[in-house]
Design a protein around this ligand. Structure first.
Ligand code: SF4
Ligand code: SF4
Length: 198
């Protein structure tokens, strides 16, 4: 019994001495790793990019200036559904919807306040027509805060952006001279959204 107690005392004593030593070794190793990294970089040639003379190409999905794109047929993609405006966490998108004679909706005016935009990309995610898209162009800073309010004429471009071939009406259906939505060959009836209400 006395022998067992002695053995435990020795182990405890050893543990108390080895514990701080192991910790000290770990700290030293961390220091050595840090200095080794610094030392390695001392002999590397520095890379300096001369902005704005040199502009590093950014990935296509970089989130900066917002545009409103067009369908492959040249029509405005935005159908003024207000989804982007509803999802925007800082409420910086506003618009007014209007309807053409053929029933196609569009935005009579469309405004984004880039002074508030946080470039989160949620508007692009929410857009059913792929109209609103963020681009890699980040050079829109300006001291005049009001110049950061972009109107539709500043936002609308003449191409399809990232999604060149997408045409919302090919999926949503169209009203034609030979029939309404859901009456064409192999076309399903449009969903009655009110039927989904509780
Ligand atoms: S990127 Fe975000 S903050 Fe900017 S307009 Fe879109 S939803 Fe709003
Ligand atoms: S940009 Fe897209 S989400 Fe926003 S109103 Fe137009 S169609 Fe709807």
């Amino acid at each position: 019994m006395a022998e067992n107690n002695d053995q435990r005392d020795i182990e405890k004593d050893l543990g108390e001495r080895v514990g701080p030593m192991a910790e000290a070794l770990e700290v030293l190793k961390a220091f050595a790793d840090g200095f080794a990294t610094t030392f390695k970089h001392l002999f590397r040639k520095p890379i300096t990019e001369q902005y704005p003379e040199y502009k590093r190409p950014l990935p296509e999905r970089t989130r900066a200036r917002i545009i409103l794109t067009r369908d492959p047929d040249g029509g405005e993609r935005c159908v003024a559904c207000y989804l982007c405006s509803a999802v925007c966490p800082v409420s910086c998108i506003s618009m007014q919807s209007a309807e053409r004679e053929d029933g196609r909706r569009y935005a009579a005016w469309f405004r984004i306040n880039f002074g508030r935009c946080i470039y989160c990309g949620l508007c692009e995610e929410a857009c059913p027509t792929s109209a609103i898209q963020l681009t890699p162009d980040f050079e829109i800073c300006n001291k005049e805060i009001l110049s950061l309010v972009y109107e539709k004429k500043d936002l609308l471009v003449d191409h399809g952006g990232k999604d060149k071939e997408y045409n919302f009406y090919q999926y949503a259906g169209v009203v034609t001279n030979v029939g309404g939505k859901g009456t064409h060959i192999q076309e399903e009836k449009p969903v009655n959204v009110k039927s989904n209400l509780p």
